[in-house]
Ligand binder design. Structure first.
Ligand code: SAM
Length: 277
């Protein structure tokens, strides 16, 4: 029997036309398709007349399914892995099977294609020379703030997946931690109701606060506006540090927060906080 392999297949994030010839060939050729949601994948298969059997593979059954699929590949099967949308392994359970196959020394090939991250990044018009993909933001307000503060100083566009129900709260949190940034909310990309809203984060947060959003959402935040040789707003930073101190925020936390808010290096804010500027 020929050696088995895992083909990681990127599938459309909405528009069923966005699938590569190579992915269709792999889905046709595979002995079984491991699908995050078999109903979603059935639509794609029906569109292209593919009748390969499917096996569900999602967050709630991966402990049992992973060894089963690995064994099938060891025995010579060709397994194709697909997620609900985009590239399996990016913020979905696909990474688990990829890891297990690598661990078992099996052949893994990735068939590239759509990804919500890259589509949203390009549609946003925000700088794409460097970007940070943050997956889903934490649901709890405190953890979300901490996560945002941790990446506030990066000279990169920040990309987050978000549920439509939490989008308004996430935008409000971003507006608080990263004020003044350019931002974007990309929804239902490649679908009928595609929407790409761009603007300054406070304006964007305000304009979306009252709307009941539906569908799939990506949030993006531009890098801090820090021109080469730009002079730090020392007075502004000092005033903000004083305000946070008055609120009872610990000095080390205030330094982190203010560095993010002003897009300033943490060391510089630290020096200001300790009166060395
Ligand atoms: N692996 C996928 C990829 O490569 O794009 C992402 C899987 S993740 C579980 C699903 C998230 O991707 C959604 O919650 C949403 O944030 C984003 N997403 C997927 N399709 C999208 C679309 N058409 N428009 C906007 N965001 C989308």
């Amino acid at each position: 029997m020929a050696a088995g392999r895992l083909s990681v297949c990127a599938t459309p994030i909405g528009n069923l036309g966005d699938v590569t010839v190579r992915v269709l060939d792999a889905l046709r050729d595979a002995d079984v398709i491991a699908a995050e949601d078999t109903r979603v994948t059935r639509t794609l298969l029906a569109r292209y007349g593919i009748e390969t059997p499917m096996r569900s593979y999602h967050a709630h059954n991966l402990d049992a399914r992973t060894p089963e699929l690995v064994e099938r590949i060891v025995a010579g099967a060709h397994v194709a892995l697909v997620s609900d949308a985009g590239t399996p392994g990016v913020s979905d359970p696909g990474a688990h099977l990829v890891d297990a196959c690598i661990e078992a020394g099996l052949a893994v090939e990735v068939l590239p294609g759509p990804s919500a991250t890259i589509t949203a990044l390009v549609a946003s018009g925000l700088p794409a020379h460097a970007f940070y993909f943050g997956g889903f933001l934490p649901r709890k307000a405190g953890e979300r703030r901490t996560r945002l503060e941790a990446v506030a100083g990066l000279d990169a566009t920040l990309v987050f997946y978000e549920s439509p129900r939490r989008t308004a709260a996430a935008l409000a949190a971003i507006a608080e931690v990263l004020p003044g940034r350019q931002a974007c909310m990309a929804r239902e990309l490649t679908k009928l109701h595609e929407e790409v809203a761009r603007g300054r984060i406070d304006e964007l947060a305000a304009s979306l606060a009252e709307r009941e959003l539906k569908g799939e959402v990506v949030l993006l935040v531009g890098p801090p506006a820090r021109g080469e040789g730009e002079i730090l707003d020392i007075e502004g930073i000092r005033t903000r540090l004083d305000a946070l101190a008055a609120e009872g925020v610990k000095r080390s936390d205030a330094v982190k927060r203010v560095a993010g808010e002003f897009g300033a290096p943490r060391n510089d804010v630290y020096r200001i906080a300790h009166g060395h500027e």
